[in-house]
Write a protein that binds this ligand. Structure first.
Ligand code: NAD
Length: 309
């Protein structure tokens, strides 16, 4: 790969992806497009490529990149705060941003890997498979369902073009600090425990989530380029892990023994269990996550404690 475009590269996953691509392909020209609405320039420390500050949903792609072609496009840009309830804004910026990008990539059939989400499955419990019907519970999830729909439509019209979506589950890892309240539960609990406080979770901490380490997400996203055809794939760890288990893993990594501080769950329904079925990703992308949650958390805490990110 000589020319790579990453949207949302100043964000959590996008910056980890950009820096990993730079390391793997030192000769490649990497371009990042981001408008900093939730990203942070500090995530791109060490990035030697080209930065374009623009909103992907308003950018005139053809004018901006006139004669430039890319060997691959990774689309991570999105409003990611699920508490943004402005339906027009979420739908416009997320869906139209993707449509513009696809229109730009279409003539050269540049392979596109884009970030979908486990949120497309809705408030279900148990194992999620890619062929499940979507059930978006909020406008963010709705926008992601329409990314999948758009990708399917463009791929059907141009079967030789590869457009691959990844349904990320609960991602955690370095370079998520800027997300503040929207950062992972693992990071929130780490901060509480680091400050010497008992970690607060809903009673009785047995709710399970498919937490996936960002290093695995980066590996899965790059592996998606080699997908045999267009389609959508789960990207989780495949190991549901309870909040109590997260706290135990953080205690081990931090050398503490803080007990959970349980409080009543104010929600009438709260997903008891999320889990990615990773069969399709394993069979078709040869993608097997390397970090079960306990090892991902250990690695993450080591990085946080080193103060390097
Ligand atoms: N983190 C997770 O657990 C998770 C789970 C499922 C899906 N995802 C998806 O993964 C992708 C990356 O998420 P993240 O966790 O890194 O979030 P993030 O908020 O850290 O990153 C998103 C980046 O996109 C940029 N951006 C947003 N809208 C833009 C626009 N219209 N034009 C240009 N730049 C724009 C932001 O400034 C930010 O840098 C998103 O598409 C998100 O929906 C993330």
């Amino acid at each position: 790969m000589q020319r790579i475009l990453v949207t949302g590269g100043a964000g959590f996953i996008g910056s980890n992806l950009t820096l990993a691509l730079q390391e793997r392909h030192p000769q490649a020209e990497i371009t990042v497009v981001d408008d900093f609405r939730s990203g942070d320039f500090r995530n791109l420390r060490g990035f030697q490529g080209c930065f374009v500050s623009a909103d992907v949903s308003r950018l005139d792609w053809s004018a901006r990149f006139r004669d430039e072609t890319f060997d691959a496009i990774f689309h991570e840009a999105s409003i990611t705060d699920t508490t943004v309830h402005d339906q027009l804004l979420q739908a416009h910026d997320n869906i139209e941003g993707f449509r513009r990008l696809l229109e730009f990539a279409l003539p050269a059939q540049t392979p596109v890997v884009y970030a979908s989400s486990a949120a497309t499955y809705g408030i279900t419990s148990g194992v999620n498979r890619e062929d499940q019907a979507p059930a978006p519970a909020n406008i963010y999830a709705f926008s992601k369902v329409h990314l999948d729909n758009l990708a399917r439509r463009y791929a059907r019209r141009t079967p030789s073009w590869k457009i691959v979506g990844l349904r990320y589950f609960n991602v955690y890892g370095p370079r998520e600090t800027h997300k503040k309240a929207a950062a992972s539960m693992i990071y929130q609990l780490y901060l509480q425990m680091k400050a010497g406080r008992r970690p607060r979770v809903f009673r009785a901490g047995e709710q399970k989530r498919d937490f996936v380490y960002v290093k695995d997400v980066v590996a899965g996203t790059i592996a998606a380029l080699a997908a045999p055809r267009s389609g959508v794939y789960n990207c989780g760890s495949g190991h549901p892990f309870s909040f109590n288990e997260v706290i135990a893993a953080l205690n081990t990594a931090l050398g503490t023994s803080l007990e959970p501080d349980y409080f009543e769950n104010p929600y009438s329904f709260y997903q008891p269990h999320t889990e990615a079925d990773m069969t399709k990703a394993r069979n078709e992308l040869s993608f097997v996550p390397a970090y079960p949650p306990a090892s991902g958390i250990a690695d993450y805490v080591k990085i946080l404690e080193s103060g390097t990110v």
